[in-house]
Design a protein around this ligand. Sequence first.
Ligand code: ZN
Ligand code: ZN
Ligand code: FE
Length: 761
Amino acid sequence: MVARRKIKIEGIVQGVGFRPYVFRLAEEKGIRGWITNTPGGIEIEAEGEKVILDEFVKDLPRLAPPLAYIDRIVVSDGMLPQGYEDFSILNSPLGAERTALISPDIATCPDCLRELFSPEDRRFSYPFLNCTNCGPRYSIIQDVPYDRERTTMKVFSMCPLCRAEYEDPHNRRFHAQPNACWECGPRLWLKDEPAAEEEPIRATYHFLKQGKILAIKGLGGFHLAVDATNSEAVKRLRERKGREEKPFAIMVKDVAAIRKFCEVSREEEKALLQPSRPIVLLRKRPTPLISEQVAPNNKFLGVFLPYTPLQALFFSFDEEKDGKPLVLVMTSGNLSEEPIAYWNEEAERRLGRIADLFLLHNREIHVRADDSVVRVVADQEMILRRSRGYAPKPIRVSSPARARILGTGAELKNTVCLYKGQNAFLSQHIGDLENYETLAYFQETVHHLERILEIQPEAVAFDLHPGYLSTQYALSREGLEKMPIQHHHAHLCSAMAEHQLEGDCLGIVCDGTGYGTDGKIWGCEFLVGGYLDFHRFGHLKYIPLPGGQVSIKKPYRMALSYLYAIFGESLDELSLCQRLPGEEVRVVKRLLESGFNSPMVSSMGRLFDAVSSLLQIRDEVTFEGQAALELEMAVEEGWEGHYEYGLERGPEGTIIDPIPLILGIIEGLQAGVSAARIATSFHNTVALFLLEVAEQMTKETGLNRVILSGGVFQNVYLLERLRKGLMEAGLTPIVHQRVPANDGGIALGQVAIANARLAGP
Ligand code: ZN
Ligand code: ZN
Ligand code: FE
């Protein structure tokens, strides 16, 4: 029996080869009818034998091209057959593309790689080949609707062969906007190296092997590349870039090469190979192959695979002499703390003192995006930095937006978010809003996203912290309803929104810094609530942060603060104080005595800092979270010790007092217990008190879902231990997966809360 169906598909279904894909599928199955782009996405009318038609509908999402992202499919039937004779692609009605979603940049697909390495192919070793299934998107789009005229590819006019592919619905390059070839597309050159004109990539490869630092223009910005097996070269890069110890990511040819120096589980392999090609944190294997300089004091390495044709070509020159594969440090092309460079002249100016040579090309990057970072925990992928390959793909949320809302995020690891319909468009990672360059990048990103997503916000949600530049920006936006959001409430709701949870949840939010409703600095918070509101059930006991914000770079100051709380004036006799310059100890003591410039904090991050310093693991840091990270790295798996802690339920809620814990650590140090065991017992104790409060919250509220959010939960040992404890206690722990647990997820929480407030209770 012949039947007819109307199928509507919403999501990223335009500019990703969806129409030719449906066309081919229909032809294959003998389905007749048509397909067209619509304002919401795509519409299909399909007619054929009922059994085959059902199969067609079922296969549609299953076999969809890799770049497609399907939000929703609505199938209506019961219509009389029209007697269509064939299947056709109809022209889009005017304005059709205007609300379609924009795809992120995607790694070179297997078909393109095959062509890249086939000597008989006309795109053999062409570093910019791509198709509808892969290549640049977000980074080259200047405006919507998405077609070549509004991308940075507009300056290249397609040659007849490329044009023919572009117009042929049977071709993989049908409507592939960045389509290009040797004849008509972008070019590559090694600056000031005329000798390398013929083969710039091979020349670059040899310079890298000689230990040179190369600035390489990529997909979302410049990379600084250097041979990761060459300690001298890596050290030079660190010095020039002003990045003392923060780990570098490395790129290698394939998973087999990674296995030479890292453990790779099946899930991790999947994470490495996915089309977004993120940096994946992998456990190091003991091998002298990679320079210790790449990720000092770290059990993990950030590793990723080539994702552009250019990168794939680098590795194709490598002959792996002496079983030593090419391993490249590939770090964002910037001076420490600044955003990634992306224009040729700008990069030459900003990176001129870092790079020995520049590998440039003339395809302009319109929007920057750093590499994304993920890790696999308990077989689940967890994103740490959401950027290239993910943005501007929306996070689907459960409640429709009541207004168009902009969330401006927090201060560190900033991202912004635009909310419309049921989509929350979280931007790429912007960085720490601490300098002019990053602030400019932040503003550019907000404006560009508003433009290409066509979302003119009516309300703006921002952090309660009056000093954040993201807050000041929000306040400066005229005509928008202003909605301040408490930082840890935003963390809680970021995870809720990501998992489409409604109602009330319990929240354990642990991070370094967040402005509280009482004007103090929060950071280990027990919350009960949902989008509309929250109640602070309890927190870590307040303690002064002597010297304020600047002391975050000096964890020993927090150690002194805890010691002062215990020993008062006589703290000088402790061995820690003998290690530190006497003047520093005196300054901190004076600050603590007077309370001058010593804000009260309930921060888990600062507690980790204090312990890291007490154990002589880290007294001063060169990047955010370093002391806590190295404390985690010291953990001895399997050690089950723990310490005492105080827990009081009073008028201020449940207060955890870590003083008994600090005393336990001091006793341990005096008894000569190893730093590894003390660090482990400390982690175990933190998991214990978080669990105890969670059980108390459940008992008092009857709620069962426990959200774990905040940057501290990037600590895998703590996260896993607490998660296990919660499950054994019959609770339901909920952790971040697609949105970072750190402040990179704040903007999502902000818009979700603002939306609930707009509706009212
Ligand atoms: Zn491709
Ligand atoms: Zn061409
Ligand atoms: Fe935070």
